[in-house]
Design a protein around this ligand. Structure first.
Ligand code: ACO
Length: 404
């Protein structure tokens, strides 16, 4: 019907063979040696090590070394790595001025997207991504500076003076110190809370080709600077279906308000008026193994702080109990995910809700950079370029504006 000399451009997308897989439900975008998830059994491995063993016997900095280098460090390698990372944890004074360009009430994730992207303007060696040594230093800078950037985003928002990292503290302790110490009072770190935070970092360190990691890989596949790629990952993580879920869990608990409203709320979930945030996962169709570990950590933290009877935490436990026995959730294999419990733990530690996703971002940075490095080091790397099924207008001719 378009005539013999007219090509239907909708046919362009139908030539050759490619799969149409919106949401990438069944498409592997790369090969990777970093993380393996068995979603049916609910297992997660970093470089072959079960997440349960890493959470119990290791800590976040060791996990960073493992993800970046493929092996757990010896004691000497660990010391060296820690020194190598920690020497980069300060922020350039000019970078501090960048924070001041943001509105005080800006979401810390917005600030982090900007400040992490701006690191590319400070470290020009990162532009030479073909040099493995430059890539290594970029990785160390990112792991070291993300907690400082996240803490300063919070302090700027609160109108507090910027604080500096302190030698002698662990990675998690340092973050708590930078968040909460004031010029008048040094924050006294509770080891149970610092260990819980370190575990949150460990459990969030990598999760194969999730939306934000795929974003980092896609951005990096064009040869872009690593800091710019990580800024893209932070932007993607921000959404409530991904890293924003832990924040959304706490907002949901506030909206439900009391145990008396749970039945109504659950009916609303089944009527598809709302989602039960912190439940469900694209890959896990069994209990998320990170959630099982986090649940135990949650108990430890609530016990330590004597918060088991706090109305908000009681409400969350009630939701969990009902959801785990409700046919709607059982049929759809909807289990609590790691964010359900991590939101509760962070809230108990005293971290404000707006900092939940920044904490996820700082923990996931090592996974993003490990994937970016794996991709750049692959001699067969290609720019990521998905295709589409075109569903728009067929070919047509332009009519001058006066005749339209
Ligand atoms: N609450 C209620 N129903 C849900 C939920 C939920 N949290 N998640 C999925 N469902 C339902 C869907 O409505 C759908 O029902 P239907 O079959 O009757 O249509 C069914 O379960 C399948 O859901 P999908 O949307 O197809 O699952 P998908 O894999 O696309 O989504 C996702 C996964 C985005 C994580 C989803 O479960 C969700 O939005 N959960 C809440 C947000 C959340 O906690 N995100 C954190 C993910 S983990 C992370 O990023 C660390």
């Amino acid at each position: 019907s378009l005539g013999p000399d007219v090509v239907d451009i909708r046919a362009f997308g139908k030539t050759g063979m490619f799969t149409f897989d919106p949401g990438f439900l069944a498409t592997a975008s790369c090969e990777s040696k970093i993380t393996f998830i068995d979603g049916d059994l609910g297992h997660l491995y970093y470089r072959g090590y079960p997440i349960e063993q890493l959470a119990e016997k290791s800590d976040y900095l060791e996990v960073c070394y493992l993800l970046l280098n493929g092996e757990l460090p010896t004691a000497a390698q660990r010391k060296d790595f820690e020194r190598g990372v920690m020497r980069h944890n300060m922020l350039h004074d000019q970078l501090m001025s960048l924070f001041k360009g943001f509105r005080r009430d800006a979401h810390p994730m917005a600030v982090m997207v900007g400040v992490v992207g701006a690191l590319s303007a400070f470290y020009h060696d990162s532009l030479d991504i073909s040099n493995p040594e430059h890539r290594r230093i970029s990785a160390h800078r990112l792991v070291a500076k993300l907690p400082t950037i996240a803490a300063q985003a919070y302090r700027y928002n609160k109108g507090l003076p910027f604080s500096y990292p302190k030698n002698g503290l662990t990675y998690a302790e340092n973050f708590l110190h930078m968040m909460f110490s004031t010029p008048c009072e040094e924050y006294k770190v509770n080891p149970v809370l610092a260990r819980a935070l370190d575990r949150i970092f460990t459990l969030h360190a990598d999760h194969e080709q999730n939306a934000s990691t795929s974003t980092v890989r896609l951005a990096g596949s064009s040869g872009a600077n690593p800091f710019a790629c990580i800024a893209a990952g932070i932007a993607c993580l921000w959404g409530p279906s991904h890293g924003g879920a832990n924040e959304a869990v706490l907002k949901m608990l506030d909206e439900i308000g009391s145990v008396d409203n749970v039945a109504d709320f659950m009916q609303g979930v089944k009527d598809k008026r709302y989602k039960l945030m912190g439940f469900g996962h694209r890959v896990y169709k069994n209990m998320d193994p990170r959630a099982a570990i986090m649940k135990q950590t949650c108990d430890e933290v609530l016990n330590e702080l004597g918060l088991h009877n706090d109305p908000k935490f009681k409400l969350s436990m009630e939701l969990e109990k009902i959801a785990l026995s409700d046919p709607y959730f059982i049929e759809r294999k909807l289990y609590p995910n790691v964010d359900f419990y991590s939101g509760i733990v962070l809230s108990a530690i005293g971290i404000p809700v707006s900092m939940f996703t920044p904490i996820f971002a700082l923990a996931r940075t090592v996974g993003w950079i490990a994937h970016w490095n794996e991709m750049i080091g692959d001699p067969g790397m290609k720019i990521g370029r998905p295709r589409q099924l075109y569903t728009g207008a067929a070919r047509r001719d332009v009519v001058e504006v006066a005749k339209r």
